[in-house]
Design a protein around this ligand. Structure first.
Ligand SMILES: Cc1cc2nc3c(=O)[nH]c(=O)nc-3n(C[C@H](O)[C@H](O)[C@H](O)COP(=O)(O)OP(=O)(O)OC[C@H]3O[C@@H](n4cnc5c(N)ncnc54)[C@H](O)[C@@H]3O)c2cc1C
Length: 410
């Protein structure tokens, strides 16, 4: 046994990235990667897009295969949870009864589905899509001809499942309790456009419609809304959002911020040699105006894993990448760069009806973020402008004849 052991709790996007970056950073010690899921680590984004409609199977999202972990001498333990950690003794207790002694601990526990007080929500047959096994179960429920899905929740994941289902000939009704779904991450004006594109592609969206009960007894038959209306459905999907899994970090006494675990640019928590990465990490970003932000996106989780690796191996590296994420909603691909805020001023460029367009987010005249819908050319320019700290005028941003790329210095 070597003198150093990195224990990584969670083998999702961030944990996998860290485990597979450590050897590249010349870390020579032991690496233990523990996952409470049984599957070899896989990509999560396709679950709500291509997996639920059978376009991609489990093998298509499992990357890399198990041999890559062996090659990197990563001790991958699947189907095992870390149940307790002790910062003083530097030990961790696992659900299989084993114990791991660590010199560095990385918490990559991600987010788990939010619990809501909806009667019947936990009965078998109510689908979720946060894990591969759940997405495959929904895929199996959708075989055998067109079905009517009722999707509880109009966030990105619910909207993606709806769009994918409609594209494959199903009928999808999204029920959203809030009056303005997606307005928190995107702002009201942009969210309304995104919803309009989904509706134009056949997704039924009912806002301000809280679900009170999932009907059925072991086999859901529909839902009852808070207004007392009953909607029949062949398939009920709960896409009611996720909450970061902070129990281990809290037990350790890690400082918290922005709904997650506070870290510095090296992903270090307030507890020595304990790192937090991915969805749970609240980190400093020069692209945000808040001291610490928490971003639930793949690109951030991958970058956190890479920087935590160089920190653990060599004590160097800082994460400050431009936040980016995408969402496929049927044939509309949304790409967001930067950290948009709901109160930003929006400037549009392009054809919003097609849609091939971009919304720019301005804060006190500064370009802080952009959402591109099927508009990769403008997206590339926006990415470079935001990274360079260049803010064109609203007129320049809106005018498609202005080559934004030429506004960059030198
Ligand atoms: C359906 C879906 C679609 C998405 N689509 C997109 C997208 O299009 N674009 C985008 O940028 N992002 C998307 N995301 C978000 C993205 O997947 C997450 O931000 C990213 O996976 C976060 O990585 P993470 O490692 O922090 O957490 P996760 O990938 O969630 O991994 C955490 C892992 O830790 C495990 N775990 C937790 N506690 C323990 C414990 N005590 N012991 C052992 N294991 C434990 C969990 O079971 C899980 O396997 C999507 C997410 C979902 C669910």
């Amino acid at each position: 046994m070597s003198a150093e052991t990195v224990l990584i709790v969670g083998a999702g996007t961030a944990g996998r990235s860290l485990a597979l970056s450590l050897r590249r950073a010349d870390f020579a010690g032991d690496i233990v990667l523990v996952s409470d899921e049984r599957e070899v680590p896989y990509d999560r984004p396709p679950l709500s897009k291509s997996v639920v409609v059978g376009e991609v199977d489990a093998a298509g999202v499992t990357r890399p295969d198990r041999a890559a972990y062996a090659q990197d001498r990563v001790d991958l333990r699947l189907g095992v949870a870390v149940t307790a950690v002790d910062a003083a003794a530097r030990t961790a207790q696992l659900s299989d009864g084993s114990m791991v002694t660590w010199t560095a601990l990385a918490l990559a526990t991600g987010a788990a589905p939010r619990q809501l007080p909806i009667a019947g929500l936990d009965q078998p047959g109510v689908h979720r899509v946060t894990r591969l096994d759940e997405a495959l179960a929904l895929r199996d429920a959708l075989v055998g001809g067109p079905k009517h899905l009722v999707i509880i929740g109009g966030g990105f994941i619910g909207m993606e499942v709806a769009a994918a289902a409609v594209k494959h000939g199903h009928r999808a009704t999204v029920l959203e309790a809030a009056p303005e779904p997606l307005s928190r991450p995107l702002g009201l004006e942009v969210a309304e456009r995104v919803l309009a594109w989904s509706r134009a592609r056949g997704v039924e969206i009912r806002v301000g419609t809280a679900v009170e009960q999932v009907l059925g007894d072991g086999q859901p038959t529909g839902v009852r809304t808070a207004a007392g209306e009953e909607l029949a459905a062949a398939v009920v999907v709960a896409a009611i959002g996720v909450a970061p899994r902070l129990d281990l970090a809290r037990a350790l006494g890690c400082a918290e911020a922005a709904g997650g675990i506070a870290v510095d640019a090296g992903l270090r928590t307030s507890i020595p040699d304990v790192y937090a990465i991915g969805d749970i990490a609240a980190y400093p970003s020069s692209y945000a105006d808040e001291p610490l932000i928490r971003v639930e996106h793949v690109s951030v989780a991958i970058g956190h894993g890479q920087v935590a690796a160089t920190q653990i191996a060599r004590g160097e590296g800082a994460y400050d990448d431009l936040p980016t994420f995408w969402s496929d909603q049927g044939d509309v691909t949304l790409n967001v760069v930067g950290a948009p805020r709901a109160d930003d001023t929006i400037v549009w460029r392009g054809d919003a009806d097609a849609p091939v367009c971009t919304a720019f987010y301005l804060r006190a005249g500064r370009l802080r973020a952009a959402l591109a819908a099927n508009d990769t050319r403008t997206l590339r320019a926006a990415r470079r402008l935001i990274t360079a700290g260049v803010s064109p005028t609203p007129e320049q941003l809106a005018d498609p004849t202005v080559a934004l790329i030429e506004l960059l210095p030198g």
